[in-house]
Write a protein that binds this ligand. Structure first.
Ligand SMILES: NC(=O)c1ccc[n+]([C@@H]2O[C@H](COP(=O)([O-])OP(=O)(O)OC[C@H]3O[C@@H](n4cnc5c(N)ncnc54)[C@H](OP(=O)(O)O)[C@@H]3O)[C@@H](O)[C@H]2O)c1
Length: 220
């Protein structure tokens, strides 16, 4: 039984992923912004985490430390997209700060506090996005703050992969366009399909410091 920490298990991809690990017989430590979620499992423990609040991140990491289980895999799944999608090319500073605080700074702060609680041979998975790929800038560049946050989290993957070489693997993954509150009803994938790809990545012996989509390397 592995111990898996997943941020944002209340809904969407994080919920489907938590359920996939639980089906596999793993133990999941999850988070939600309220600390409550609408589903249960005997092998799931949920903590309250708001990545926009540094004190809250510190408290949550301390509570997880007190829980006293060495973590094998952390999936940084929680994220926000606050911009209007429709042709929004202007980088609005308020939205940029809000987005970076959660998707980048809060995620880094939380991860750094969890790394000392991880087993050697563990895996850090950052849920990134094609929207953050510098190669894929040839179509409408809507929601720019969200894109910037995902490009930056990819650099975090590279930096941590170098620092944690031969100790802990670090990966970025694009989950696909997924039917969730963020992805919307027109998205092409179900949360379960995206969760399956992330689950496979988590359990495979991949090269550290790479960006993945459906089991293949994805352009940065
Ligand atoms: N859906 C897509 O098409 C798509 C595509 C590419 C990448 N992604 C990425 O995949 C990840 C999951 O997305 P999703 O589509 O499943 O999103 P979602 O359905 O909107 O769920 C977002 C999750 O993040 C949590 N969260 C939101 N704000 C938070 C905060 N300030 N602190 C801590 N947790 C917070 C939410 O918790 P509460 O319920 O408590 O608010 C929820 O569990 C994100 O990183 C997203 O950028 C999604």
């Amino acid at each position: 039984m592995k111990i898996i920490l997943i941020t944002g298990v209340s809904r969407g991809i994080g919920k489907a992923l938590a359920q996939r690990f639980l089906e596999n017989g793993d133990f999941v430590i999850g988070t939600s912004t309220s600390g409550n979620i609408a589903w249960k499992n005997k092998n799931l423990k949920v903590f309250q985490l708001d990545l926009s609040k540094p004190n809250n991140i510190e408290n949550c990491a301390n509570e997880i430390k007190k829980f006293n289980r060495k973590i094998d895999i952390i999936v940084n799944n929680a994220g926000i997209a606050v911009e209007d999608e429709v042709n929004e090319l202007t980088i609005n500073i308020k939205y940029l700060r809000e987005t970076l605080e959660v998707n980048l700074i809060g995620t880094i702060n939380f991860t750094e506090r969890i790394i000392p609680l991880m087993n050697l041979g563990g895996h850090i998975i950052n849920i990134s996005s094609r929207a953050g790929s510098l190669e894929h800038v040839d179509y409408t560049l809507n929601y720019p703050s969200y894109r910037i946050s995902k490009t930056a989290i990819n650099m975090v993957t590279r930096i941590l992969a170098v620092r944690l070489k031969e100790k802990i693997k670090v990966s970025s993954i694009h989950p696909g366009w997924v039917k969730t509150d963020m992805g919307g009803d027109d998205a092409s994938m179900e949360p379960k399909e995206a969760a399956e790809d992330i689950f496979k990545l988590a359990n495979s012996d991949v090269e550290s410091g790479q960006f993945w989509f459906k089991g293949e390397k994805f352009p940065w």
